[in-house]
Design a protein around this ligand. Structure first.
Ligand SMILES: Cc1cc2nc3c(=O)[nH]c(=O)nc-3n(C[C@H](O)[C@H](O)[C@H](O)COP(=O)(O)OP(=O)(O)OC[C@H]3O[C@@H](n4cnc5c(N)ncnc54)[C@H](O)[C@@H]3O)c2cc1C
Length: 400
């Protein structure tokens, strides 16, 4: 079918496919293009916190994920050395998270977009953005057969990740930027049972985390400050294993396990981008990126896909003007993540917590309600602004 699409979505993973799916479900004509084909992996670990799972559930996709054999995660444990804070990360209606391989999750999302009526073109690389009278009106790209193709739409949505071609092409304004703070590498292990737990180990300027994923494997990611990135990449395996030795009991468990994949990792910058302009929008990492230490990216992509799709729908239906709908999308997105952005960037430095924070962690330890809340903060279930509010901190320390 040719003609003008309502939306062309560039990028078909966690942000792009849900945006396309939600618009297509409302009856809009959507084209999704991605230079990748699916199933395929990407450099990213893949903790999906309970509120991310809740989005899948709302879209009717959680059962499909569970049916792939992805183990649910009901407990988050934060090991500080002298003590461990262990809590439940979810809510009553979204009690568990997952750690699905991106090969499986992303394909599931692409399929859902296609089943909702979006047209999907894989192996399609966008090479240019068409602009007429200062307005984005379409894309020019190359298909898998090498032919050059032009497609037009009312709106072009860049869901093309943190190196977004669309954002660069239309020079989207960046704000509240912070440089890369953390360097980390991950791989997969067999013979390392996790019993439904996501475990994080926090040591001096070092940290690592482990979570169970598909096919009986456990993903283990190890990090150090970005200042050590260049030096430590000379011996990734040595530095990875040396960091794990900082938690001897876990190191013992790892000795009984077998590494099943190569190491992967990439440091990322932290930023917001203005997510809309004349004829274009951004969603997912293309519009907002934060360090991966708190594993918010997939869940944020889901939530921002919902916000972006709802704003575009209100424009397509004639209910609202583009500028009003999209500026509200930007405001809601930013307000929803701001406190977590600051918390994440602070954690990503791997600096030892200040004394008052260490005192708070000590006070939380052993009190189940406070430990659950701490797990929920890290899962993005409750906001750090709420948890670290003076009244709450005072209540926790007084109870201790
Ligand atoms: C090391 C690391 C660990 C992470 N760990 C976690 C974690 O545990 N939990 C979590 O929630 N998040 C994690 N993240 C973040 C998470 O990966 C991202 O937030 C998420 O992938 C964002 O999805 P997206 O759809 O916006 O972008 P992406 O997943 O980057 O998808 C962008 C898509 O756009 C396509 N594309 C790009 N350019 C073009 C073009 N010109 N033409 C056509 N297609 C194009 C790409 O092929 C790609 O498929 C991690 C990230 C890193 C780097």
């Amino acid at each position: 079918m040719t003609g003008v699409f309502d939306a062309i979505v560039v990028g078909a993973r966690c942000a792009g496919s849900p945006t396309a799916m939600l618009l297509a479900r409302k009856g809009y004509r959507v084209l999704v293009v991605d230079r990748a084909s699916f199933p395929s992996d990407t450099v990213s670990t893949h903790i999906l916190h309970p509120l991310g799972a809740r989005a899948l559930s709302k879209w009717g996709l959680l059962g499909r994920l569970a049916a792939t054999g992805c183990p649910p995660i009901h407990t988050y444990a934060f090991d500080f050395g002298p003590f461990t804070i262990t809590g439940a990360p979810g809510t009553r209606d979204a009690p568990v998270g997952y750690c699905p391989r991106r090969t499986i999750l992303d394909e599931l999302l692409v399929d859902a977009a296609a089943q909702s009526g979006a047209e999907i073109r894989e192996n399609f690389a966008v090479k240019d953005v068409l602009v007429e009278d200062g307005r984005v009106v379409g894309i020019k790209g190359r298909s898998k057969h090498g032919s050059s193709i032009i497609e037009r739409a009312k709106v072009v949505v860049g869901a093309d990740g943190r190196r977004s071609f669309i954002a660069e092409a239309i020079r989207a304004e960046r704000y509240d930027e912070k440089p890369p703070l953390l360097a980390a590498y991950y791989t997969y292990w067999s013979g390392l049972p996790m019993e439904g737990r996501f475990e994080t180990y926090i040591r001096d300027r070092r940290g690592f985390a482990a979570a169970p994923t598909h096919e009986g494997l456990t993903m283990v990611i190890v990090g150090w400050p970005y200042a050590e990135f260049a030096e430590n990449r000379k011996d990734i395996e040595g530095n990875y294993l040396k960091t794990i030795e900082l938690a001897p009991a876990f190191a013992d468990r790892l000795r009984g396990a077998r590494r099943e994949a190569r190491f992967a990792g990439v440091p990322v910058p932290n930023y917001f981008r203005k997510p809309y302009g004349c004829g274009w929008a951004l969603v997912g990492d293309a519009g907002y990126n934060r360090d991966f230490i708190t594993g918010q990216g997939i869940m944020n992509a889901f939530h921002h896909a919902e916000l972006c799709a709802a704003a575009l729908e209100s424009v397509f239906s004639g209910a609202r003007r583009f500028g009003a709908a999209m500026s509200e999308y930007q405001r809601t997105r930013d307000a929803g993540v701001k406190a977590m952005y600051e918390f994440t960037c602070q954690l990503a430095t791997l600096e030892p917590p200040p004394p008052e924070m260490q005192q708070l962690f000590g006070a939380i330890h052993g009190k189940q309600k406070a430990m659950d809340d701490f797990a929920r903060v890290n899962a993005g279930t409750i906001s750090p602004a709420e948890f670290f509010a003076p009244e709450n901190v005072n209540a926790i320390t007084a109870a201790a």
